[in-house]
Design a protein around this ligand. Sequence first.
Ligand code: FAD
Length: 472
Amino acid sequence: MTAPGLLWLSRAFRFGDNPALLAALKEGPLLAVFVLDAATRALGCAPRWRLERALRAFDADLRRRSGQGVLVLEGEAQDVLPDLVRQTGAARVHQAYWPEPAMQAAQGRVRKVLGDRLVLHPGHLLTHPGRLRTGQGGVYRVYSPFARALRALGPDRPVAPAPERITGYSAGPRGLDLTTLNLAPDMYRGRAVLETFALPAGEAAALERLDRFLDQAGPYGAERDRPDLDATSGLSEHLALGEISPRTVWAISSLRAEADPPQAAGITKFLSEVIWREFAWHLLIDFPHMAQTPWRPEWAEFPWQGKSAALTRWQRAETGIALVDAGLREMRVTGRMHNRVRMVVASWLTKHLLTDWRSGLAHFDDSLTDWDPAANAMNWQWVAGCGPDAAPYFRIFNPERQAEQFDPRARYRNRWLAGWPGPPSAEASAYLDSAPPGWSISPHWRGDGADRAMAEGRNRALAAFGAFRADQ
Ligand code: FAD
């Protein structure tokens, strides 16, 4: 039989704008392989759960298009892929470039065996990182000039259309059964609430979501900070898994802004958020240790607290601060949290409780269905004060004021806080059901000590920052 065109799937679970898939197709009938390696098993619970949904959606789509599904093999890529190449006679292995450090390490190991028969393709970013450089030829370290430069240059080459026809490779070895894979049993805690709250996965769902969002993007700029409204795109999961490419988002949105002037301002603002994602990835490529060490090296000596009772209370959504607890409960049950609330929750942990941002980062790594190694690390560092920002550590979010401003009728808080003040909502009940034994799952009330704790925390944070500055 003809040798296959071999596609190593890791992210980029899509057919549109997928140069790796197109390159594989040119070489023969498509054999798409997913390698279930130790790094995948080590992913956080929510990202693993969401990854499986992406894989299943892609598999179903591939079966519809070609009659063949995804081959799932267990092992390490440097063992599994060369074996597969030998068995099938594939000329090359094509992969969509996903410049996450663990994946880059895996690519390096495969390259040691296969050499330049491993071919990486773009598609994860709007533009090649080397293309955006400051006047002095350096890397942009501040968002605004980065965004200006990117808008001026525009994304790389046009979006590649999805292939019209795909011939599948039918002589591949037998792999694991995708229907019984169950990568994340740890996500099914409490009653089966996930299916109720989960957003549909897959490329078609991503395109549909983008389309619906753009139809009413006009108020995005004014409403995007309101967790009580459904004002943002909800595309982050799809972008994180590559079910849609950022260039597709950019191209469709730009066309729509021209065709539908009332939505244009909202769409422009939306694209500036997509550029934040891009900025995060460019930073991660330049600074691969962004999830481990402060982006501003002077912060390495900052006296963050590690494990503590306060951290445990934060992880369990028992801080007594309504907006903070509501956000953490939402994330536990759904794997999602509104951006404004993420900032407040992270600020409470790092600025009021003076807890090491890496503890918060790890909790988010485990809990977010839109987990993105670059966005998560950059944003945690940004909130903690050691990340890329013009005025980093003076910003301390006051959760009470944030709640008044962005959740003015307490609708968001009520949704997630059982008995605060009314009867439990479906969401709050789901949270209560999900809590393991030993957690305080009594209806939420604002703890008596919350005000004092907040004032004390803020004072401690400010004093610490003052001391830090005095040392400079
Ligand atoms: P929209 O408002 O519709 O924005 C459109 C897209 O722009 C998003 O889908 C996302 O891809 C990108 N985007 C928006 N805001 C940001 C941002 N601040 N940084 C980078 N990209 C952004 N986002 C993730 O995708 N994964 C993460 O792991 C993640 N961790 C975060 C941790 C913290 C502490 C904070 C404060 C933010 C984090 N974000 C993360 C960014 C942001 O909260 C989410 O991207 C956003 O809430 C997703 O909702 P949306 O798709 O409706 O966003």
